[in-house]
Design a protein around this ligand. Structure first.
Ligand SMILES: Nc1ncnc2c1ncn2[C@@H]1O[C@H](COP(=O)(O)OP(=O)(O)OP(=O)(O)O)[C@@H](O)[C@H]1O
Ligand SMILES: Nc1ncnc2c1ncn2[C@@H]1O[C@H](COP(=O)(O)OP(=O)(O)OP(=O)(O)O)[C@@H](O)[C@H]1O
Ligand SMILES: [Mg+2]
Ligand SMILES: [Mg+2]
Lengths: 253, 253
């Protein structure tokens, strides 16, 4: 089951959500692979030091024949694996401009490992460019994290256009698994109003669980941990665990 | 005086900083122009409705001969003008792949208006791609907003590589005007430690003033206002005013 986490707006919790849903699935016994497609390597850096990641996902775009297994690394979380990103991914868009198979490179690369994992979670950069499109083409589902701010809601329309374009052109099976409200600050009417609009816009697609702003969630990457290892009793861990359970329910439908 | 606000990390306050420094300069009597280079159009949407912005900065990249004056619009803030972005800017990187003058398109487009304005503030997308490079090539200075999180500090090295590359290849005069700590949450040791590391790393380049997390700053774009119009007595307004005064001092050195 391949799931992309995407939203072109910056800093809305894509990486935090990818890392914690993936870790949560691994903790529940599902063999899970994180694919980091962001040249900024944020999900990579939670698990690995820079010198540990010489072979990266960039090879999926630069090589004719590429077996992604060469780049799969074990993390310190049992059952959780990752393919690291690298800064070289930033060149992919101009490198492959005009190449007809540019949007399906990741899908092709993942075919050799799809049966090795229960879940493949793909983290996206803050753009609607070729890297995000590759993630969507390679996925069964997409989860859209949305922070309850005015700019966040404006961007959703553009995201849905890209989603429909990919579905129509490359991947009829692609579905929105859900919309996850993140960085929710219950003290502000701004957040409450935005959450209401998100729930109106998406109905049942909106996850029941909302991820509140939490110091533990913000700190855990500094300690190179997912939230379940770092602070298992924290509100952030309890919330992401509920999201993981919801993800499992929804993919089984 | 052309100043780019840039940092490839998402959601670190680039747009909030561009809009509020520009508005602050205009309030002090400096004729100021905002250039929005982000296809997500966040600074554009603070001042304009979508239907108001048919002619956008995209023309600077798509047209051979282009007078940016055709796209300059007055905002509701006296002395503050803006050139709107558009979603079409997302195509610029692949559209101009391989064109030798791709990095200097914005610089060329702005030459006809540089003398009309005291300050031109350029908002950047969350990437180190062609749009951000165009902003840096067209600028005298760059301000780097940094949010005090572990991922933010990791990205600074990559940003400085791009900065040095632009300086060496296209724009010897480009300087870092300053590094602005944003989204600072004084309750967390994470923020305090990161702020210390940022000050160690950048010394006098770090602005004395730190922008704290503030509900008013987050709300003001929802009301289509800059912080000085929206909440002039708020901590956010006081802080950004101090930053504006510091910017004026530093450009005069
Ligand atoms: N629920 C939360 N509570 C507090 N901080 C959070 C929460 N979720 C994410 N953060 C923090 O907010 C910042 C942005 O989150 P994150 O990097 O996951 O977003 P992103 O969408 O992946 O960003 P980018 O667009 O740059 O890839 C990070 O510093 C992260 O630690
Ligand atoms: N000091 C602050 N206090 C509270 N909220 C803030 C502050 N600065 C910015 N924000 C909010 O944080 C979010 C991200 O800020 P902003 O959009 O300015 O960052 P950005 O770097 O321009 O993002 P992007 O990378 O997507 O362009 C926005 O919802 C904004 O309103
Ligand atoms: Mg991320
Ligand atoms: Mg922005």
């Amino acid at each position: 089951m391949n799931i992309t986490i995407a939203n072109q707006k910056g800093g809305v919790g894509k990486t935090t959500t990818t890392v914690n849903i993936a870790a949560g699935l691994a903790h529940k016994g599902f063999k899970t692979l994180i694919i980091d497609t962001d040249p900024q390597c944020n999900s990579t850096s939670v698990f690995f030091e820079p010198h540990e990641t010489e072979k990266s996902l960039f090879l999926a775009f630069s090589e004719r024949e590429f077996n992604v297994r060469e780049t799969v690394k074990e993390t310190h979380v049992k059952g959780l694996y990752a393919v690291p990103a690298s800064i070289h991914l930033a060149k992919v868009e101009r490198m492959l401009a005009g190449e007809i198979d540019a949007p399906i490179k990741l899908k092709k690369a993942l075919q050799s490992v799809t049966n090795d994992f229960d879940f493949i979670m793909i983290d996206s950069p803050p753009s609607l460019g070729l890297l995000t499109v590759n993630g969507l083409v390679a996925s069964d589902h997409v989860i859209i994290p949305i922070a309850p701010s005015p700019w966040a809601l404006e961007g959703v329309e553009d995201f849905l256009d890209t989603f429909k374009g990919v579905k129509e052109t490359f991947n009829e099976e692609l579905k929105i698994l859900g919309v996850l409200i993140t960085l929710y600050d219950s003290r502000t009417t701004l957040a409450r109003d935005a959450a209401i609009r998100i729930k109106e816009m998406f109905g049942d697609l909106a996850f029941d669980e909302i991820i509140h702003r939490s110091i533990r969630l913000e700190e855990s990457p500094a300690f190179k941990e997912d939230i379940f290892s770092f602070a298992p009793d924290s509100k952030g861990a309890v919330s992401y665990e509920k999201v993981v359970e919801e993800v499992i329910r929804r993919v089984r439908k």
